[in-house]
Design a protein around this ligand. Structure first.
Ligand code: C5P
Length: 215
């Protein structure tokens, strides 16, 4: 099936790592599995895929840009303004250490005070650029989906895929996911628990319908 032939699809995956010193970082639990599954599924369906990732990419037919920090991810994502679809599945740190210590912090110096500063909002930058791409955001939530619906409306994305990372079979590191898909008008559809690859294919089906104006 090559129903996405001619599409350029950009996918981000993994969790960013924000350095504290040369050996330590602030990170998160994202495994990159959801983003990897989307990149693989889109490539299998004929799209030209670029995967911007902090983790080991899958063996798939596409380009890979390896990054580590939110800044590096932002630069890579914002340099690609000719995409048909942008899927931001990465868990991007919201804050990073304001200063990176040049030398490894030592226990002997006692607990450090680490001042944080905000990272760039990559997704907001993509929306601002208004390149005509269909934009998909992800939201890892812990509990009520009300916040995710508010976020979908607030962020200006076309689709927000929300998942409760505390629900069984869902979230970080699992091979399955139970997501709720929220559209730009605030309407939401809960999808049943399925493999991340099935979520990926169903999401691509939805994007196909949206981009051909039949949704
Ligand atoms: O607000 P929240 O972090 O839950 O939003 C998640 C979405 O925003 C994800 O698609 C994530 O990739 C994106 N994001 C971003 N830049 C940030 C933080 C999150 O693009 N600094």
């Amino acid at each position: 099936m090559a129903d996405l032939a001619g599409w350029r699809v950009l996918v981000t995956a993994g969790g960013t790592r924000e350095p504290i010193d040369p050996v330590r970082y602030i990170g998160n639990r994202s495994s990159g599995k959801m983003g990897n599954a989307i990149a693989e599924a889109a490539a299998d369906r004929g799209a030209a895929v670029t995967l911007i990732t902090t983790v080991t990419p899958p063996d798939f037919e596409g380009s890979v840009i390896e990054v580590e920090t939110a800044d590096q991810m932002a630069e890579a994502v914002w340099s690609m303004n000719d995409q048909d679809v942008v899927v931001m599945a990465a868990a991007v740190a919201d804050f990073r250490p304001a200063a990176v210590h040049e030398a490894k912090l030592s226990r002997r110096d006692g607990p450090p005070v680490i001042e944080l500063e905000p990272t760039p909002d990559i997704l907001a930058g993509v929306v601002e650029r208004a390149t005509g791409a269909t934009i998909v955001g992800f939201a890892a939530e812990t509990g009520s989906l009300d916040r995710a619906v508010a976020k979908a409306l607030d962020k200006g994305v076309d689709v927000l895929v929300a998942n409760d990372v505390l629900a069984e079979g869902s979230g970080f590191g699992t091979t399955t996911n139970a997501v709720t898909v929220i559209l730009a008008d605030g309407s939401s559809q809960p999808w049943p628990l399925m493999s991340k690859r099935e979520v990926a294919d169903r999401l691509l089906d939805l994007l196909l319908a949206m981009r051909s104006g039949s949704d």
